[in-house]
Design a protein around this ligand. Structure first.
Ligand SMILES: [Zn+2]
Length: 107
């Protein structure tokens, strides 16, 4: 029941190609893991964790290009913590935009 409501609210997810995860993404991802099989964030802390996530350094929503130099390998933990931060940033930006709109409407 809960799932049904969620699906209606958010609609259908876009196909991967439309979000920039097409053929080029898959090719780069493969190349990335071949070059750097371990998480780059973990490496900063002297740890070796197998990377499972091809992360966009500049996110697609900020027009980050789908090129090898814009990718970094991350483990599950670091890919999650990074997208969590980006999600919070987006929410803040949207909230601010809404407040600005409301302010203009009240005049
Ligand atoms: Zn990591």
């Amino acid at each position: 029941m809960g799932d049904e409501i969620k699906r209606h609210r958010w609609g259908k997810p876009k196909p991967p190609e439309k979000r920039g995860y097409g053929k080029a993404h898959r090719k780069i991802r493969k190349q990335l893991f071949a070059d750097e099989p371990y998480c780059r964030e973990c490496a900063k802390h002297g740890k070796q964790t197998k990377a499972t996530h091809a992360d966009h350094i500049i996110p697609l929503c900020l027009n980050g290009p789908t090129v090898r130099s814009n990718y970094q390998p991350l483990c599950v933990v670091h890919s999650r913590s990074k997208s969590g931060r980006e999600g919070a940033m987006m929410r803040m930006a949207k909230k601010r935009a809404r407040q600005n709109m409301r302010g203009a409407g009240n005049e």
